[in-house]
Design a protein around this ligand. Structure first.
Ligand code: HEM
Length: 367
């Protein structure tokens, strides 16, 4: 049911949204950087941009988080991340009374309510629009459909109840903006600490855009071969989703070890992609690891930022297109630098790979 929402035709339609929101981002960064020689934490800006993108493409709605800072949804998602990370590390929080006494439960409920009621409002509004339009074409035009529009249309055929819709939309909203903002942020961070690679990206973008400030199209995205290597290498060294889990349904053997049924299994792109046997000098950021020759030398599953197999990430093309559009806009406008080295910014494997220091970057407007 969901796959058509990510067909490349749909993604082509979304390009205008990526482009428009990326432009707002660079304008905002330019204002923040003007007359400021200090580094700016770019992470909150990137997150708000990614949130506006996912709201418009997945839900067909706008929250204008970029211009309306401190949007409660963004803050609540960040809080939920912190709480989930605490919950994983502190076994005493697994006991309900302790969760209540420490205020953890109240915090959790408050943030959960903000997240779910936000989605609930959008679903209700969209469903109403769909019903009022006679169930044909939302707003009577041939306009691109957001993911939620398609879900609402398929609701009856697919036997979906309201709660199913809400869960899907929440998954998309969450998976679709926290992951890409971490991906964009880490890529910029890697490029800021590696001026030689940043220069090559600048050259590539100058060849494509010839210093014009025109929009970024799907065709342009295809031409950004070097930038793509840089984005992929950033997703290797700092995968946005550091780990994910499975429950073993049927006992099986792996390298002579039996994994019993019911056992929990953690798959960690963060470890797999930093295995020095597959990626020598694994802590070195080197986009050439993603040249065709180097990729051919490796096992297909040695690099799995989007997981693999039938339950891999449905949004990976969307994510790459969004990342390349936003990063290309940032690099067209600015030269990036940082007082810190890549490895000075320790990654915290929360639900997403969070930078302990944010992404403090010095932005110099390019001529
Ligand atoms: C850099 C960006 C992204 C990364 C690194 C990423 C990574 C992943 C990973 C590792 C999984 C598997 C999780 C698991 O098995 O538990 C996953 C699943 C998923 N992702 Fe992404 N993702 C990204 C962006 C997106 C975007 C933009 C969307 C939607 C617009 C999205 C939607 C989903 C959905 C719906 C699933 C669940 C698929 C299923 O269970 O069948 N992701 N993603």
């Amino acid at each position: 049911m969901l796959t058509p929402s990510f067909h490349f035709n749909v993604l082509n339609d979304f390009q205008a949204v990526f482009d428009y929101q990326a432009k707002i981002l660079v304008d905002q960064l330019e204002v923040a950087a003007a007359g400021n020689s200090e580094a700016i934490d770019t992470f909150p800006y990137i997150k708000r941009c990614a949130l506006d993108i996912i709201c418009e493409t997945a839900m067909g709605t706008t929250v204008n988080a970029q211009t309306n800072h401190n949007h409660p949804y963004v803050i609540a998602v960040a809080e939920m991340n912190n709480l989930a990370f605490k919950f994983q590390r502190m076994p005493w929080l697994w006991l309900k009374p302790i969760r209540h006494l420490t205020g953890f439960e109240a915090d959790h409920q408050r943030n959960l309510n903000i997240v779910t009621s936000f989605t609930k409002n959008v679903i209700e509004r969209k469903t109403k629009e769909f019903e009022e339009s006679g169930g044909v074409d939302v707003d009577g035009s041939n306009k691109k459909k957001a993911f939620l529009d398609m879900l609402i249309e398929m609701r009856e055929d697919g036997g979906l109840v309201y709660e199913d819709l809400r869960e899907e939309v929440d998954t998309f909203m969450f998976e679709g903006h926290d992951t890409t903002s971490a991906g964009i942020g880490w890529a910029l961070w890697c490029l800021a600490s590696h001026p030689e690679y940043q220069k090559r990206c600048h050259e590539e973008l100058d060849t494509i855009f010839e210093s014009s400030t025109r929009e970024c199209t799907v065709d342009d995205i295809r031409k950004m071969k070097y930038l793509e290597k840089c984005v992929k290498e950033a997703l290797r060294i700092r995968p946005s989703v550091p780990q994910f889990a499975r429950t073993v349904d049927e006992e099986f053997e792996i390298d002579g070890t039996i994994l019993p049924r019911g056992c929990s299994l953690l798959v960690s792109p963060a470890f797999i992609q930093n295995n020095p046997r597959t990626f020598p000098n694994h802590e070195t950021y080197d986009p050439e690891r993603f040249s065709e020759e180097e990729i051919a030398k490796r096992h297909a599953y040695s690099y799995i930022p989007f997981s693999a197999g039938p339950r891999n990430c449905i949004g990976q093309k969307f994510a790459m297109q969004e990342e390349k559009t936003v990063i290309s806009w940032v690099l067209r406008r600015f030269e990036l630098s940082s007082d810190l080295e890549l490895l000075d910014n320790l990654p915290l494997p929360e639900t997403i790979m969070r930078p302990t220091r944010g992404f403090p970057l010095k932005l110099t407007v390019r001529n």
